[in-house]
Design a protein around this ligand. Structure first.
Ligand SMILES: Nc1nc2c(ncn2[C@@H]2O[C@H](COP(=O)(O)OP(=O)(O)O[C@H]3O[C@H](CO)[C@@H](O)[C@H](O)[C@@H]3O)[C@@H](O)[C@H]2O)c(=O)[nH]1
Ligand SMILES: [Mg+2]
Length: 198
């Protein structure tokens, strides 16, 4: 993957080396890169490819709350987050589904809520220096009537995911302290800037 890239004439991929495919795929790619002054240099970049993902802000405007999840994230733990538990908007990898279907599936798996009317917001690269993933952002209402399952995540994947309903103002105030997950911050700030809660 990568040798066939041709949409940018200033980039010629010459070598793709598979470094790991233990869980997802880590590659080292060598390419010739034409700089703005016309000179060429040889560059190498590692890319971690987990496919794309989708995430969603579940909101209840009447009760003025959002529904987040809490789960253990080893990469955050290893990088200094004391207990490794993060508050996050529900999210997951697309696998073979389109983004809307994937976000409905992940919301059900992780929270137990059935989402049918998700609004697409935008698609963003979350860590473009090293991770290929583009994340598709959505928002949808949730209510007691749409709680149809148990949530919790997939036990056979080792997931143990808890629902955490927070007041919207409390969630906004927690950005940078209790809430340090980028996709979640983006969704909360989208809700604020679009005056979702008035
Ligand atoms: N064995 C094994 N399992 C893994 C590994 N990495 C992840 N998993 C398992 O695979 C599950 C993937 O769950 P998803 O819900 O599909 O993805 P996600 O990790 O929640 O990803 C979402 O959040 C990320 C962080 O914000 C986003 O990067 C991503 O786009 C997506 O939205 C994880 O919960 C974990 O159980 C690994 O290296 N080895
Ligand atoms: Mg997930």
């Amino acid at each position: 993957m990568g040798l066939d890239l041709s949409t940018n004439p200033n980039v010629i991929v010459t070598r793709v080396k598979l470094l790991s495919s233990n869980w997802f795929v880590l590659r080292a790619t060598t390419f010739e890169f034409r700089h703005r002054d016309g000179s060429w240099s040889t560059e190498e970049r590692e890319t971690y490819d987990r496919g794309d993902g989708a995430t969603i802000l579940l909101y209840d405007t009447e009760r003025r709350t959002v529904l987040l999840t809490r789960q253990f994230r080893f990469p955050a733990y290893v990088n200094g987050h004391a207990d490794g538990y993060l508050l996050e908007a529900p999210a997951g990898l697309l696998d073979d589904d389109d983004a809307l279907r994937a976000v409905e599936r992940e919301t059900a798996e992780e929270t137990g809520y059935a989402v049918t009317d998700a609004q697409h917001l935008f698609d963003l690269y979350m860590s473009p220096g090293s991770v290929t993933e583009k994340l598709h952002f959505f928002a949808a209402k949730f209510s007691a009537e749409s709680l149809t399952g148990t949530g919790g995540g997939l036990a056979h994947e080792g997931e143990d995911i808890e629902n955490v309903e927070l007041g919207f103002d409390e969630a906004l105030a927690a950005i940078g302290t209790r809430i340090v997950d980028a996709k979640t911050v983006i969704l909360l700030q989208w809700a604020e800037s679009s005056r979702l809660f008035g």
